[in-house]
Design a protein around this ligand. Structure first.
Ligand SMILES: Cc1cc2nc3c(=O)[nH]c(=O)nc-3n(C[C@H](O)[C@H](O)[C@H](O)COP(=O)(O)O)c2cc1C
Length: 234
């Protein structure tokens, strides 16, 4: 295996991101103390997920981040549910992939999720956090480990493939020994999208419907979310 395809965790320079994950962990502790309010966009999103459940691709959405040079980077990811009682969307990713470096520099992100059967789009804008085994939040580390245990053997194996985006490695490097099913390797991470605003467009209406959800001032304690919902022109 070439050095570019090594999965050595010493290549993973994620210190800034761990710092931000730990800052988020502190904020999450506060949110848990206050009790999270389910955001109002969760209900139409849950309905869309339910009504489109027969189409496996309805679990995929596009996640856009910002490259250090300011250009957009966009890719498809799989929705892995919400973290605990929060309004944060979970995804999984490889710490060696470019998105992780982008998030460390700038956590701003937007998910764009189209449901083909019901013909509706959700654009969820917010901030990403990368969770690893080193994150200082027991609940997050548990979720990280649980997701590793839940994914398929073939999905787990991909985290042991040669380094993403390095020159194509030998075929034999894509058949590494099976990773531990219980303990995630360092390249496995959980991504959390904390949503600040949602733009929901329903093509089915005549005329179409569009609703904007915006996170407004926090509660007096400063730690539970409040949302404003506005019907706007499509
Ligand atoms: C249907 C589909 C689902 C995917 N799901 C994920 C995913 O859940 N997590 C992920 O990191 N990449 C996923 N990928 C791969 C990404 O789209 C992307 O190629 C990879 O993460 C590298 O992106 P980056 O270099 O911008 O970090 C998926 C691709 C497809 C086509």
């Amino acid at each position: 295996m070439s050095s570019a395809s090594s999965t050595d965790s010493s290549q993973l320079n994620l210190q800034p991101n761990n710092d931000s994950a730990n800052a988020v962990a502190k904020k999450l502790d506060a949110d848990e103390t206050a009790g999270q309010v389910i955001a109002p966009w969760r209900s139409p999103l849950a309905r869309a997920i339910h009504r489109n459940r027969a189409q496996p691709f309805s679990r995929y959405f596009q996640l856009a981040t910002v490259r250090p040079d300011g250009t957009p980077a966009n890719r498809t990811v799989v929705f892995r549910g919400f973290w605990a009682d929060s309004n944060q969307l979970m995804m999984i990713g490889d710490r060696r992939s470019e998105k992780i470096e982008q998030i460390a520099e700038n956590p701003a992100a937007e998910a764009c999720w189209y449901f083909a059967k019901t013909r509706e789009q959700f654009r969820l804008c917010g901030q990403l956090t990368v969770v690893t085994a080193d994150t200082a939040h027991t609940g997050l580390v548990d979720a990280h480990q649980r997701l590793w245990q839940q994914i398929s053997d073939s999905a787990r194996a991909q985290f042991c493939w040669p380094y993403p985006k390095a020159p194509r490695a030998d075929d034999q490097d894509f058949s590494p020994p099976s990773p531990d099913e219980q303990m995630p390797p360092p390249q496995f991470c959980l991504l959390l999208l904390a949503v600040d605003s949602v733009d929901h467009l329903e093509l089915r209406g005549e005329p179409q419907n569009r609703h904007l959800y915006t996170k407004t001032a926090s509660s007096a304690q400063g730690n539970s979310q409040q949302w404003q919902v506005t019907a706007v022109n499509p």
